[in-house]
Ligand binder design. Structure first.
Ligand SMILES: [Mn+2]
Length: 323
Protein backbone atom coordinates (compact mmCIF):
# COMPACT_ATOMS: atom_id res chain seq x y z
CA UNK A 1 0.00 0.00 0.00
CA UNK A 2 1.33 3.43 -0.88
CA UNK A 3 1.18 6.37 1.54
CA UNK A 4 -1.89 8.52 1.17
CA UNK A 5 -1.30 12.16 0.25
CA UNK A 6 -1.66 14.33 3.34
CA UNK A 7 -4.33 17.05 3.31
CA UNK A 8 -2.46 18.98 6.00
CA UNK A 9 0.67 19.07 3.83
CA UNK A 10 -1.44 20.37 0.95
CA UNK A 11 -2.64 23.26 3.11
CA UNK A 12 0.71 23.83 4.83
CA UNK A 13 -0.68 22.93 8.27
CA UNK A 14 1.90 23.34 11.05
CA UNK A 15 2.55 20.53 13.53
CA UNK A 16 0.01 20.87 16.32
CA UNK A 17 -1.09 18.82 19.29
CA UNK A 18 -4.10 21.00 20.09
CA UNK A 19 -7.55 20.90 18.55
CA UNK A 20 -7.50 23.00 15.34
CA UNK A 21 -4.20 24.55 16.50
CA UNK A 22 -5.90 26.38 19.37
CA UNK A 23 -3.76 28.02 22.02
CA UNK A 24 -2.77 25.47 24.66
CA UNK A 25 -3.55 25.92 28.33
CA UNK A 26 -2.17 23.14 30.50
CA UNK A 27 -4.18 21.66 33.32
CA UNK A 28 -1.75 22.43 36.11
CA UNK A 29 -1.43 24.04 39.54
CA UNK A 30 -1.84 27.61 38.30
CA UNK A 31 -4.61 26.55 35.95
CA UNK A 32 -7.35 28.84 37.23
CA UNK A 33 -5.34 32.08 37.28
CA UNK A 34 -3.69 31.35 33.95
CA UNK A 35 -7.05 30.69 32.32
CA UNK A 36 -8.51 34.06 33.28
CA UNK A 37 -5.53 35.84 31.68
CA UNK A 38 -6.23 34.19 28.32
CA UNK A 39 -9.64 35.81 27.90
CA UNK A 40 -11.09 32.90 25.94
CA UNK A 41 -14.83 32.19 25.93
CA UNK A 42 -14.65 28.49 25.11
CA UNK A 43 -12.59 25.91 27.01
CA UNK A 44 -11.87 22.55 25.40
CA UNK A 45 -10.71 19.71 27.64
CA UNK A 46 -10.09 16.02 26.96
CA UNK A 47 -11.27 13.48 29.54
CA UNK A 48 -10.01 9.98 28.63
CA UNK A 49 -12.43 8.46 31.13
CA UNK A 50 -14.32 8.77 34.39
CA UNK A 51 -16.01 5.61 35.69
CA UNK A 52 -15.29 2.73 33.29
CA UNK A 53 -17.08 -0.60 33.72
CA UNK A 54 -14.59 -3.31 34.60
CA UNK A 55 -16.04 -5.57 31.88
CA UNK A 56 -14.88 -3.27 29.05
CA UNK A 57 -12.42 -0.81 30.61
CA UNK A 58 -11.87 2.74 29.42
CA UNK A 59 -12.40 1.87 25.77
CA UNK A 60 -12.65 5.51 24.63
CA UNK A 61 -9.48 6.71 26.35
CA UNK A 62 -7.81 7.52 23.02
CA UNK A 63 -10.79 9.50 21.72
CA UNK A 64 -9.65 13.06 22.53
CA UNK A 65 -6.21 12.71 20.91
CA UNK A 66 -7.64 10.98 17.83
CA UNK A 67 -10.14 13.83 17.34
CA UNK A 68 -7.34 16.40 17.64
CA UNK A 69 -5.21 14.47 15.14
CA UNK A 70 -8.11 14.22 12.71
CA UNK A 71 -8.65 17.96 12.43
CA UNK A 72 -4.95 18.92 12.63
CA UNK A 73 -4.87 19.12 8.83
CA UNK A 74 -7.24 22.12 9.07
CA UNK A 75 -5.10 24.10 11.53
CA UNK A 76 -3.69 26.31 8.76
CA UNK A 77 -7.23 27.00 7.56
CA UNK A 78 -8.90 28.07 10.80
CA UNK A 79 -9.43 31.61 9.51
CA UNK A 80 -10.85 30.41 6.20
CA UNK A 81 -14.56 30.43 5.37
CA UNK A 82 -16.48 27.58 7.00
CA UNK A 83 -19.64 26.97 4.97
CA UNK A 84 -21.29 25.28 7.97
CA UNK A 85 -21.21 28.66 9.69
CA UNK A 86 -21.22 31.32 6.98
CA UNK A 87 -17.83 32.64 8.03
CA UNK A 88 -14.67 31.64 9.89
CA UNK A 89 -15.05 29.26 12.86
CA UNK A 90 -14.08 32.07 15.23
CA UNK A 91 -15.41 35.43 13.99
CA UNK A 92 -13.32 37.29 16.59
CA UNK A 93 -10.19 35.18 16.11
CA UNK A 94 -8.79 31.88 17.32
CA UNK A 95 -8.23 33.36 20.80
CA UNK A 96 -11.95 32.82 21.47
CA UNK A 97 -11.14 29.22 22.48
CA UNK A 98 -8.33 27.37 24.26
CA UNK A 99 -7.43 23.69 24.39
CA UNK A 100 -6.48 22.66 27.92
CA UNK A 101 -5.19 19.22 26.91
CA UNK A 102 -6.27 16.01 28.61
CA UNK A 103 -7.12 15.48 32.25
CA UNK A 104 -5.09 12.89 34.13
CA UNK A 105 -6.85 9.52 34.10
CA UNK A 106 -6.44 6.43 36.27
CA UNK A 107 -8.59 3.45 35.37
CA UNK A 108 -8.42 2.25 38.98
CA UNK A 109 -9.37 5.57 40.59
CA UNK A 110 -12.77 6.66 39.26
CA UNK A 111 -13.50 9.02 42.15
CA UNK A 112 -10.36 11.06 41.37
CA UNK A 113 -11.22 11.02 37.65
CA UNK A 114 -14.65 12.41 38.47
CA UNK A 115 -13.18 15.01 40.84
CA UNK A 116 -10.83 16.26 38.11
CA UNK A 117 -13.63 16.57 35.54
CA UNK A 118 -15.87 18.34 38.06
CA UNK A 119 -13.03 20.70 39.00
CA UNK A 120 -12.04 21.77 35.51
CA UNK A 121 -15.63 22.33 34.38
CA UNK A 122 -16.31 24.42 37.50
CA UNK A 123 -13.20 26.51 36.74
CA UNK A 124 -14.40 27.10 33.16
CA UNK A 125 -17.82 28.17 34.42
CA UNK A 126 -16.25 30.39 37.07
CA UNK A 127 -14.36 32.15 34.25
CA UNK A 128 -17.62 32.53 32.26
CA UNK A 129 -16.34 30.11 29.63
CA UNK A 130 -18.36 27.47 27.81
CA UNK A 131 -16.86 24.02 28.51
CA UNK A 132 -16.51 21.55 25.65
CA UNK A 133 -15.52 18.17 27.07
CA UNK A 134 -14.17 15.47 24.75
CA UNK A 135 -14.54 11.95 26.17
CA UNK A 136 -13.98 9.31 27.05
CA UNK A 137 -17.01 7.13 27.51
CA UNK A 138 -20.47 8.33 28.47
CA UNK A 139 -19.66 8.26 32.21
CA UNK A 140 -17.67 11.50 31.67
CA UNK A 141 -20.74 13.80 31.60
CA UNK A 142 -21.93 12.84 35.12
CA UNK A 143 -19.23 14.82 37.00
CA UNK A 144 -19.38 17.49 34.29
CA UNK A 145 -23.10 18.02 34.84
CA UNK A 146 -22.62 18.05 38.62
CA UNK A 147 -20.23 21.00 38.26
CA UNK A 148 -23.05 23.23 36.96
CA UNK A 149 -24.61 23.19 40.42
CA UNK A 150 -22.07 25.87 41.46
CA UNK A 151 -23.66 28.47 39.13
CA UNK A 152 -27.03 28.54 40.91
CA UNK A 153 -28.80 28.39 37.52
CA UNK A 154 -31.19 25.77 36.13
CA UNK A 155 -30.40 23.85 32.96
CA UNK A 156 -31.98 21.98 30.10
CA UNK A 157 -30.13 18.94 28.75
CA UNK A 158 -30.38 18.11 25.06
CA UNK A 159 -29.02 14.58 24.82
CA UNK A 160 -28.25 13.14 21.39
CA UNK A 161 -27.68 9.40 21.74
CA UNK A 162 -28.78 6.07 20.29
CA UNK A 163 -29.41 5.03 23.91
CA UNK A 164 -31.31 6.66 26.77
CA UNK A 165 -28.83 5.84 29.60
CA UNK A 166 -31.49 5.55 32.32
CA UNK A 167 -30.26 2.40 34.10
CA UNK A 168 -30.13 2.88 37.84
CA UNK A 169 -26.95 0.81 38.06
CA UNK A 170 -25.05 -1.77 36.06
CA UNK A 171 -22.92 -4.50 37.67
CA UNK A 172 -23.19 -2.57 40.93
CA UNK A 173 -21.85 0.67 39.41
CA UNK A 174 -24.13 3.73 39.59
CA UNK A 175 -21.79 6.27 37.93
CA UNK A 176 -21.21 4.38 34.67
CA UNK A 177 -22.11 5.15 31.08
CA UNK A 178 -25.54 3.46 31.15
CA UNK A 179 -26.78 5.66 34.01
CA UNK A 180 -25.86 9.14 32.78
CA UNK A 181 -29.34 10.58 32.23
CA UNK A 182 -30.74 8.86 35.35
CA UNK A 183 -28.02 10.58 37.45
CA UNK A 184 -28.67 13.89 35.66
CA UNK A 185 -32.38 13.62 36.51
CA UNK A 186 -31.43 13.44 40.21
CA UNK A 187 -29.59 16.79 40.11
CA UNK A 188 -31.66 19.72 41.40
CA UNK A 189 -30.24 22.13 38.81
CA UNK A 190 -31.39 19.98 35.86
CA UNK A 191 -34.94 21.15 35.12
CA UNK A 192 -35.56 19.60 31.72
CA UNK A 193 -34.19 16.69 29.68
CA UNK A 194 -34.85 16.23 25.95
CA UNK A 195 -33.46 13.00 24.49
CA UNK A 196 -33.07 12.61 20.74
CA UNK A 197 -31.89 9.72 18.59
CA UNK A 198 -32.88 6.56 20.47
CA UNK A 199 -33.37 3.54 18.25
CA UNK A 200 -33.06 -0.22 18.11
CA UNK A 201 -32.29 -2.44 21.08
CA UNK A 202 -30.12 -1.01 23.83
CA UNK A 203 -29.78 -1.77 27.52
CA UNK A 204 -32.90 0.16 28.56
CA UNK A 205 -35.72 -1.83 30.10
CA UNK A 206 -39.41 -1.01 29.78
CA UNK A 207 -39.30 0.23 33.40
CA UNK A 208 -36.33 2.54 32.65
CA UNK A 209 -38.28 4.19 29.82
CA UNK A 210 -41.34 4.59 32.07
CA UNK A 211 -39.21 6.12 34.87
CA UNK A 212 -37.82 8.66 32.40
CA UNK A 213 -41.31 9.52 31.12
CA UNK A 214 -42.60 9.84 34.69
CA UNK A 215 -39.74 12.25 35.45
CA UNK A 216 -40.76 14.35 32.45
CA UNK A 217 -38.23 13.44 29.79
CA UNK A 218 -39.30 14.37 26.27
CA UNK A 219 -38.15 11.65 23.86
CA UNK A 220 -37.72 12.10 20.13
CA UNK A 221 -36.64 8.81 18.61
CA UNK A 222 -34.32 8.75 15.61
CA UNK A 223 -37.27 7.64 13.52
CA UNK A 224 -39.41 10.57 14.72
CA UNK A 225 -36.57 12.97 13.95
CA UNK A 226 -36.20 11.59 10.42
CA UNK A 227 -39.95 11.96 9.85
CA UNK A 228 -40.59 15.27 11.62
CA UNK A 229 -37.31 17.16 11.31
CA UNK A 230 -35.53 19.22 13.97
CA UNK A 231 -38.18 21.95 14.52
CA UNK A 232 -40.41 19.90 16.90
CA UNK A 233 -37.31 19.22 19.04
CA UNK A 234 -36.29 22.87 19.13
CA UNK A 235 -39.86 23.86 20.07
CA UNK A 236 -39.35 21.88 23.32
CA UNK A 237 -36.59 24.31 24.35
CA UNK A 238 -37.98 27.42 26.09
CA UNK A 239 -36.75 30.81 24.85
CA UNK A 240 -33.65 31.84 26.75
CA UNK A 241 -32.97 28.39 28.20
CA UNK A 242 -29.46 27.48 29.32
CA UNK A 243 -28.79 24.23 27.47
CA UNK A 244 -26.09 21.61 27.98
CA UNK A 245 -25.67 19.49 24.84
CA UNK A 246 -24.76 15.88 25.66
CA UNK A 247 -23.60 14.23 22.44
CA UNK A 248 -22.92 10.52 22.44
CA UNK A 249 -21.51 10.15 18.94
CA UNK A 250 -23.39 6.89 18.41
CA UNK A 251 -26.39 9.19 17.91
CA UNK A 252 -24.91 9.77 14.47
CA UNK A 253 -25.40 7.11 11.84
CA UNK A 254 -22.65 4.45 11.87
CA UNK A 255 -22.09 5.09 8.15
CA UNK A 256 -20.56 8.44 9.12
CA UNK A 257 -19.29 7.52 12.62
CA UNK A 258 -18.28 3.85 12.58
CA UNK A 259 -15.93 4.39 15.54
CA UNK A 260 -18.31 3.45 18.36
CA UNK A 261 -18.75 0.34 20.50
CA UNK A 262 -22.44 -0.13 19.67
CA UNK A 263 -23.18 0.78 16.07
CA UNK A 264 -26.91 1.31 15.55
CA UNK A 265 -28.37 1.79 12.06
CA UNK A 266 -30.83 4.59 11.40
CA UNK A 267 -28.90 7.37 13.11
CA UNK A 268 -28.69 11.12 12.68
CA UNK A 269 -26.97 12.83 9.78
CA UNK A 270 -24.26 15.43 10.26
CA UNK A 271 -26.73 18.08 9.11
CA UNK A 272 -29.42 17.04 11.58
CA UNK A 273 -26.96 17.15 14.49
CA UNK A 274 -25.58 20.53 13.46
CA UNK A 275 -29.08 21.95 12.85
CA UNK A 276 -30.05 20.91 16.39
CA UNK A 277 -26.93 22.56 17.84
CA UNK A 278 -27.52 25.75 15.84
CA UNK A 279 -31.18 25.72 16.87
CA UNK A 280 -30.29 25.49 20.56
CA UNK A 281 -28.12 28.60 20.29
CA UNK A 282 -30.88 30.42 18.39
CA UNK A 283 -33.56 29.66 21.02
CA UNK A 284 -31.43 29.77 24.14
CA UNK A 285 -27.77 29.53 24.99
CA UNK A 286 -25.36 26.61 24.75
CA UNK A 287 -23.92 26.46 28.28
CA UNK A 288 -21.66 23.50 27.57
CA UNK A 289 -21.22 20.40 25.49
CA UNK A 290 -19.79 16.94 25.93
CA UNK A 291 -18.80 14.74 23.03
CA UNK A 292 -18.32 11.15 24.16
CA UNK A 293 -18.01 7.52 23.03
CA UNK A 294 -15.72 8.01 20.03
CA UNK A 295 -13.47 4.94 19.86
CA UNK A 296 -10.67 5.27 17.29
CA UNK A 297 -9.73 1.56 17.40
CA UNK A 298 -12.96 0.56 15.65
CA UNK A 299 -13.23 3.51 13.28
CA UNK A 300 -13.02 2.96 9.51
CA UNK A 301 -10.23 4.96 7.85
CA UNK A 302 -10.74 7.84 10.30
CA UNK A 303 -14.22 8.55 8.94
CA UNK A 304 -15.83 8.87 12.37
CA UNK A 305 -13.05 11.13 13.66
CA UNK A 306 -13.54 13.33 10.60
CA UNK A 307 -17.30 13.65 11.20
CA UNK A 308 -17.01 14.19 14.94
CA UNK A 309 -14.06 16.61 14.86
CA UNK A 310 -15.75 18.73 12.16
CA UNK A 311 -18.96 18.75 14.22
CA UNK A 312 -17.00 19.90 17.27
CA UNK A 313 -15.33 22.67 15.24
CA UNK A 314 -18.68 23.83 13.88
CA UNK A 315 -20.20 23.71 17.37
CA UNK A 316 -17.38 25.92 18.61
CA UNK A 317 -18.26 28.36 15.86
CA UNK A 318 -21.92 28.30 16.96
CA UNK A 319 -20.90 28.98 20.57
CA UNK A 320 -18.46 31.72 19.47
CA UNK A 321 -21.40 33.50 17.77
CA UNK A 322 -23.99 33.27 20.54
CA UNK A 323 -25.13 36.26 22.70
MN1 LIG B 1 -25.02 5.65 23.33
Amino acid sequence: MTDKPDLGALFGAPETSTFLGLQACDFCGAFSEKLSELGARIGLIGAPGATPYSAVGAYCRNGPDALRASIASMSANVERYNFDLGGPVFPEGIGQAVDCGNLPFDEDDPSTNRMNINFVVAVFLDNEMVPIVLGGDDSVPIPMLQAYETTGKSYTILQLDAHIDWRSEHMGERMGLSSTMRRASEMDHIERIIQVGARGIGSASVEDVQDALDWGVQFVSADALHKGGVDPVLAMIPEGAEVIVCLDVDALDPSIVPGVIGRAPGGLSYTQALDLIKGVAARGRIAGMDVVEYMPEVDVDGLGALTVSRLVAASMGVVARQE
